[in-house]
Design a protein around this ligand. Structure first.
Ligand SMILES: CC(C)(COP(=O)(O)OP(=O)(O)OC[C@H]1O[C@@H](n2cnc3c(N)ncnc32)[C@H](O)[C@@H]1OP(=O)(O)O)[C@@H](O)C(=O)NCCC(=O)NCCS
Length: 192
């Protein structure tokens, strides 16, 4: 378990998977998949869980998924390394808290510090990156706060509610990461 101040990250197992049908059909998908709004059946969720588990077993570079939960154990959503290249030591991050009432409360930033630290300290990543649509102000703010650099802007690739948005690509190099304790102090994060 990776222990934060507001959340802990545990392996993405049954606790979070049991929520996936609800999470994959709510507002969180619009933000995490850059504007898509799909209705996903339970059968699709089960099939994708099966394929996902199989791909993780076969190819560890396909990712390290974590379930973010509150300190009292309520599952909030996915936070993880979507894929990792051991050759390039390059990690791609993904995040989606499936409980909208928790957005904007600092849970995501706490989880982000944990996953970045995990990427650098455990996977020995040299670089961690993430892409999001320009409309996603919560992520843009998070990236800025945690010291990521905006490295690319893919123009007009995301269609969200009838409008085209750019994808913003952010990266953080290991040398730029002061470590989680220093970042907790810089941001003034506290347990509550
Ligand atoms: C993205 C996500 C993980 C962030 O977690 P979170 O707990 O909501 O984020 P935090 O509360 O830690 O930080 C969000 C920051 O954005 C700010 N923010 C929130 N709404 C904002 C808005 N409309 N405009 C500008 N800033 C905004 C918050 O004030 C906070 O900054 P602050 O700490 O300086 O006040 C979470 O919102 C989420 O899962 N959203 C849905 C799916 C998603 O967007 N996934 C990411 C795909 S790349």
């Amino acid at each position: 378990m990776l222990e934060g101040l507001l959340v802990d990250l545990i392996p993405y197992g049954e606790k979070c998977r049991a929520q996936d049908h609800r999470w994959w059909n709510n507002e969180s998908v619009f933000w995490s998949s850059m504007g898509e709004r799909n209705i996903v059946s339970r059968a699709q969720v089960d099939r994708e869980h099966g394929e996902w588990t199989e791909s993780l077993d076969k190819a560890p570079e396909s990712g390290v998924p974590f379930c973010a939960q509150t300190k009292d154990g309520k599952p909030l959503g996915y936070f993880g390394i979507n894929w990792y290249s051991y050759h390039h030591r390059l990690a791609n991050l993904g995040a989606s808290l499936g409980e909208p009432e928790y957005w904007g409360g600092g849970y995501g930033t706490d989880a982000l510090l944990l996953i970045v630290d995990y990427g650098f300290e455990w996977l020995d990543a040299r670089k961690i990156w993430l892409g999001t649509m320009g409309l996603n102000q919560r992520v843009l703010r998070q990236m800025e706060k945690v010291g990521f650099t905006l490295e690319a802007r893919h123009r007009a690739v995301a269609l969200a509610d009838g409008q085209w948005y750019d994808e913003m690509v952010y990266g953080l190099l290991r040398d730029e990461w002061p470590g989680r304790p220093a970042m907790v102090e810089k941001l003034g994060l506290k347990a509550r």
